[in-house]
Design a protein around this ligand. Sequence first.
Ligand SMILES: Cc1ncc(COP(=O)(O)O)c(C=O)c1O
Length: 390
Amino acid sequence: MSRHYDVAAVRSQFPVTERLLYLDSAHQTPLATSVREALLGFYQEGHEMAGPKPLWLKRVEQVRARVAKLLNAAPAEIAFTKNTSEGMNIAANALPLTAGDNVLLVEGDHPNNAYAFLNLRRKGIEVRFVPMTGATATADMFVPHVDARTRAISLSHVTFHAGHRFDLAALGAFCAERRLYFVVDAMQSTGVLQLDVKAIQASIVGSGCHKGLLIPQGLGILYCNEGLDELQPAYLALSSLANPPGDYIARTDNMALKHGAGRFEIGNLNLPDIHALDASLDLIEHIGVDAIAAHMYDLGDRLIEHLDEQCIRLVGPRARADRAPHIYVLDLPAETWLDYFATQKVRISPERDGIRVSFGLFNTFEDVDRFAAIVAQRVGTSATAARAIS
Ligand SMILES: Cc1ncc(COP(=O)(O)O)c(C=O)c1O
């Protein structure tokens, strides 16, 4: 039972839960039945009616408006991309940076964020990795690294490797005060945590949709603040233009770009995934992101209780204020635990510091208890084995 929503009803949408103890939603979502049906519906329309494409494009705009609502943005501030990496590369290449400027990243943050900016080193841009000094990333941590040539901070909302949740409102305020661009990788938070792009004063936010947004890989969303007309796209297509030529003949006399994120959208989009996203947003909106986060925090508290009982260290932050609701890394060596979890039909991910358990909106307290029992069984077994050997 959850205090926040009818998890049993949601769970019935995820048949994977009958086959596996699925604790790997930070890696990839299993598909909900309604999302699968949306994909099949799209394929059927393509198969039987070849769309029609104008109908599909109308739906694209409806889904864009729904994504905008999720992030508290205007629809024109949302573009569809391929994934987070594309979003971070769009950001890195759009910022008006010149040789000698520098950008601050958090040491150890996701490489797909880092490489987008490291690629700018060939243009003379410096990338500074700022070490985490405490349980979370704070403005104070960045202060010693900011100088007159610092132009931007880019970081994840939630870290994939230990489940830190950064205080984006405070970091956004710091960036606004120092006139820095603020770029956020929201891959691990969209659909799981409220993200209000205005409240955090973000310049650009990028995310894929195959985790908390519950659809297959291949679709990303990008927020770009509508006021930032100085941000220039590295790639250009008809769809990036404010006034695309109606006769489809390219000319140079009116290449004005769309305001907001539209300038970064190029060519045909991942229409099947956009249809899938329409269905997954039904599910997410019906429950509410706050209820999803609250339920996952409760699951996390239960998991931490079990870990304490078994003297297993939690690698990331413990406090709700610093941790994400759904990502918990256990100090258990992946090399020796992975096969065991596979034999027990438990799906988790190996991480740099241990085993990552991550919740989806369908997980229950029973899942957490079962996981703890499976861990205890092996810890007990190996302790017995160690005693037998000594
Ligand atoms: C924080 C973060 N950023 C980015 C990614 C993935 O990037 P992409 O969407 O480009 O595959 C992940 C995980 O897959 C992630 O955890």
